[in-house]
Write a protein of this length. Structure first.
Length: 148
């Protein structure tokens, strides 16, 4: 079944993509949660018109994302966590704490834009996270987890 995504769906596609999925997935999950609509011919025409109008806006968004990416690449982050004497963290470090640390540096990054490679983080050390600023602009960022 062909559908048009109304928002980004992990492992499926980005907003306004036309994708093919099994009908059960579309009818039971995507349609009720308003994440997609059926890709009828009239919906495809509307989508084409909307894409045409948004094309120039997309260029500006990508340019801004590239600028932010250049600034983020050089930043060093340090996240404090309560640890035991052996270096094990009580709990774990997650994207929420990482987003807060990035935002303290003067950026506006949501936790949903961050993916930590070796999740969950339960020990002190240096790790890598991927920050998705745009569908085509992603930045790998190193951060260090230190004992408080």
């Amino acid at each position: 079944m062909e559908i048009i995504l109304k928002e980004d769906v992990a492992h499926l596609g980005h907003k306004d993509d036309i994708v093919t999925v099994k009908s059960g997935y579309a009818v039971n999950f995507l349609f009720p949660k308003k994440k997609a609509i059926s890709a009828s011919s009239s919906a495809k025409k509307i989508l084409a018109e909307n894409k045409k109008q948004q094309a120039h806006k997309e260029v500006k968004l990508k340019e801004n994302a590239v600028e932010v990416a250049a600034k983020l690449e050089n930043k060093k982050l340090s996240i404090g966590a309560k640890t035991s004497s052996t270096g094990k963290i009580f709990g774990s470090v997650n994207t929420i704490q990482l987003a807060e640390a990035i935002n303290k540096k003067g950026f506006d990054i949501s936790r949903k834009q961050i993916t930590i490679k070796n999740e969950p983080i339960k020990e002190v050390g240096t790790y890598t996270a991927i920050v998705s600023l745009h569908r085509e602009v992603k930045v790998e960022m190193e951060f260090t987890v230190v004992s408080e």
